[in-house]
Design a binder for this molecule. Structure first.
Ligand code: 5RP
Length: 236
């Protein structure tokens, strides 16, 4: 194995590269957020630099994606300037057998859902640790909330059986503030029997902007794995 001795890094790198290889010249590309997508953005930049890929435009899902795209020389555009997205590449925190997702580990799920849902093809890139039998097994559902509505939304999700926790910053005192200036409640549910229903119910609470359940959106899930000490990418 290479890339230090970190197998998770290696899986993320390989799966990010595999997704970036699927992008064709002339495409408008949704650029997801997170450490796995960061590798895809890097490889897209490499392909542009080598001349193998031409004339793509990226639609970033976060400040992180736009900073990385600039760093790797990917021209950016906005949803005001385009009328379609050909392909979006994005990570996930959990993937179930129906390809439903929990996203929002980077607090970017609101913009991610806008961009990923507009893409003709939405490719999810994950390492094998993200595959679960049932959503909510390992990860809480991130819910972006207007700051003035944190108290009532906290009570509302408790009534739904969730255990909310205000996400706190790392290397920043106080709560995480999203790219839109909101806060995030990470809501742990004992069991998510019907993700589609819960996605709608959460978004119906006044003060909630968006939640991290992505139901029926993924077209393709690429999974990075290590087999016999070698990195491998498979389609789920
Ligand atoms: C950000 C996301 C990320 O895509 C998700 O958290 C996965 O991140 P990583 O690839 O770093 O594991 O949803 O809001």
């Amino acid at each position: 194995m290479t890339t230090g001795d970190d197998p998770v890094k290696l899986m993320k790198q390989q799966v990010g590269k595999a997704a970036a290889e699927r992008v064709q010249s002339g495409s408008i590309v949704g650029l997801g957020t997170g450490s796995t997508t960061a590798y895809a953005i890097q490889f897209l930049g490499d392909r542009l630099k080598s001349g193998e890929l031409k004339d793509i435009k990226g639609v970033p899902t976060s400040f992180q994606a736009s900073v990385l795209a600039k760093q790797y020389g990917i021209p950016l555009t906005t949803l005001d300037e385009i009328d379609h997205i050909d392909i979006a590449i994005d990570g996930a925190d959990e993937v179930d057998p129906q390809h439903n997702l929990i996203k929002g580990g980077g607090a970017a799920h609101t913009r991610e859902k806008v961009v990923d849902s507009l893409a003709a093809q939405f490719i999810v890139v994950v390492d094998s640790s993200k595959i679960v039998d049932r959503l909510g097994s390992t990860f809480a559902v991130p819910v972006e909330v207007l700051p003035m509505a944190i108290a009532p939304v906290t009570r509302a999700v408790q009534k739904l059986g969730g255990q909310p926790e205000l996400r706190m910053g790392v290397k920043k005192d106080g709560p995480v503030i999203t790219d839109q200036g909101n806060m995030v409640l990470d809501v742990k549910f004992e069991a998510i029997d019907n993700p589609a229903e819960l996605e709608k119910t959460l978004n119906n609470i006044p003060g909630v902007l968006e939640n991290g359940l992505f139901v029926g959106l993924a077209d393709l899930v690429l999974v990075g794995e290590i087999e016999n000490e070698q990195p491998k990418v498979r389609q789920m």
